[in-house]
Design a protein around this ligand. Structure first.
Ligand code: ARG
Length: 556
């Protein structure tokens, strides 16, 4: 039944395919076989229960009828269990065949999609002349994992780094740069200190504030000197961000920067188009859109402010121009925005307005990939002891310094971020993140390195896999779950589904290694088969960690 490597190794799909005709014969119409991995058998189907309700017949009777009709020859044993479940136990030969096909495949049984989509992923998005803080850390790490997974599955991924490089603060920053002698490289050793000094002057010095306001006007009207200085600030920051990405092993590069400033020339057109379509409402001098279905706590309709009363454009206008650009110019078919949970309403409103304006056609999906906060040990937003926001670079230094190698420290931070449901908050606890036991990055890196070391000692290659012992069987079934795990993680933009799976792989390998000697296996054949399982384990961990953006060193 070799149709496709991807299908062959996906036992769940194979079982569904074989169960479907039997269910249809009993029901008289197609029924979802609902085959799932189960602790009670290898797989289980609860389909007879729903069908029994529909037909008004006893569930166990339905289950028995389906079991009798199902042709599972060569694939699995079927048995009725409990109130009317179907337990499915995969046959040894089917398991061996699926494992061998997976091991022989450079992509571990994960086919490239036959219908690639152009996916535009907006992530990282730090602000110029400000240090990246921990909030940007999550966007950067999660966004990069999604980019890696979707690209590996065959989608055509466009990375967009929506840099905060425009707006009123730049009047103050450019003016401060002039006061400091105009050379960004010499005047800025610390971006945050530079920003804060400008801020203090702006708040306390009337003359500076006046000059900063004039500078905004000069900048926006294209004054060459102001633009040149602004450009210097931006490129100085970009270099700093690229350093951080390199340290983090993040795939964002210099060509991915597409800051807010890029869309400034489009904003008049955005407003004009909204006006033509009758979507604009004036409110206290500001131009707003009130998309249907958005109300505040008091039940009053929420505005998306497109142009402020002073004529300036803000964050929302820029996002409308950006979404139009991503569909029209970039050909985006799936748009992802990896941005913290507080911006959820902003994006939902932007999507709604873009749909109403015709910039976001029905065939294009737009998803806000939100995430929770990083908390300190006190359960509040992570802050320094002095109460300041924590700088990203400092955290990375600390993690890299405390681990035996930077790859372990950085991997620990990234894994801790990716292994929980992204919607939740989590506590930044380096001790826990760096622990070599538990659901941590170092634990997975260690499991991988341990398998590699078995090979260094074995001095011979793996052979054909034949599963016999229960611990081998358990490991085999987990290994075959890689394809569905990657697909689920990419489909729902939930990297933790892959992370959790990799942890299961490492845990199943430990249990196997304890019970089934590899180098001292009873026969040469068994030894080679176990080496085959070990090799597949290492490759799965390596590939899976790569997809999450985490290094898997050969030795630790
Ligand atoms: N610069 C923004 C911030 O720091 C994030 C940008 C997110 N992307 C977007 N298209 N709005 O909050």
């Amino acid at each position: 039944f070799v149709r496709h490597v991807g299908l062959l190794v996906d036992l769940e799909v194979l079982l569904q395919d074989r169960l479907a005709p039997a269910l249809e014969a009993v029901a008289g119409h197609p029924v979802d076989p609902a085959v799932r991995v189960s602790p009670h058998a290898d797989f289980q189907s609860g389909a007879p229960l729903a069908l029994a309700r529909e037909l008004g017949r006893p569930p166990r009777e339905i289950a028995a009828e389906v079991a009798a009709k199902a042709d599972l020859a060569g694939l699995a044993e079927i048995a009725v269990s409990g109130p009317g479940f179907l337990n499915l136990t995969v046959s040894g030969s089917a398991l061996d065949e699926a494992l061998r096909a997976t091991a022989a495949d450079g992509r571990l049984g994960v086919p490239r999609t036959t219908v690639p989509r152009r996916v535009v992923i907006d992530y990282s998005g730090p602000n110029v002349a400000k240090e990246m803080h921990v909030g940007h850390l999550r966007s950067t790490i999660i966004g990069d994992a999604l980019a890696r997974m979707l690209e590996w599955l065959g989608d055509d991924v466009v990375r967009v780094n929506h840099l905060g490089d425009w707006g009123t603060p730049f009047g103050m920053l450019v003016e401060h740069l002039i006061d400091r002698g105009g050379d960004a490289d010499h005047s800025i050793s610390d971006l945050t200190a530079f920003y804060q000094a400008a801020r203090v002057k702006f708040d306390n010095d009337d003359d500076f504030r006046r000059r900063a306001r004039l500078r905004v006007v000069a900048l926006q009207s294209g004054d060459p000197v102001s633009r040149e200085l602004w450009r210097e600030l931006v490129s100085r920051s970009e270099r700093y961000f690229l350093d951080v990405y390199a340290r983090l092993g993040v795939t964002l590069g210099p060509d991915d920067f597409a800051g807010e400033s890029r869309y400034q020339d489009d904003l008049d057109g955005i407003v004009a188009e909204l006006g033509e379509k009758g979507l604009l409402t004036e409110s206290d001098g500001a131009l707003c859109v009130f998309p249907a279905g958005f109300t505040g706590r008091d039940g009053v309709a929420l505005p998306l402010i497109v142009r402020k009363a002073d004529g300036g454009y803000g964050y929302a206008a820029t996002d409308l121009a950006a979404i139009r650009h991503r569909v029209r110019a970039l050909g985006g078919q799936r748009l992802l925005y990896v941005v913290g949970a507080p911006q959820r309403t902003h994006f939902e409103m932007v999507f709604a307005v873009a749909r109403a304006a015709g910039w976001l056609p029905d065939v294009v999906t737009a998803e806000h990939i939100g995430f929770g906060s990083i908390l300190g040990a006190d359960g509040r937003m992570l802050r320094t002891r002095a109460g300041d926001t924590v700088k990203l670079a400092g955290l990375l230094d600390e993690a890299a310094g405390r681990a035996s190698a930077p790859a372990i420290g950085i991997g620990a931070i990234k894994y801790a971020d990716l292994s929980g449901d992204r919607r939740g908050d989590y506590v930044f606890d380096l001790d826990r993140m760096l622990a070599i036991t538990g659901n941590t990055g170092p634990y997975l890196q260690m499991a991988h390195a341990r398998v590699r070391s078995i090979f260094r000692r074995a001095g011979r290659p793996a052979g054909t896999i034949t599963v016999t012992e229960p611990a081998e069987r358990d490991l085999a079934l987990v290994l075959l779950g890689f394809e569905p795990a990657v697909r689920a993680a990419a489909g729902s933009a939930e990297p933790h589904r892959l992370a959790v799976h990799l942890h299961d792989v490492a845990a199943a390998f430990s249990a196997f290694y304890e019970r089934c000697p590899v180098l001292r296996a009873p026969t040469e054949e068994v030894r080679r088969s176990r080496l085959g399982l070990a090799d597949l384990t290492a490759r799965t961990l390596h590939t899976g960690l790569f997809l999450l953006g985490i290094e898997a060193p050969e030795e630790i």
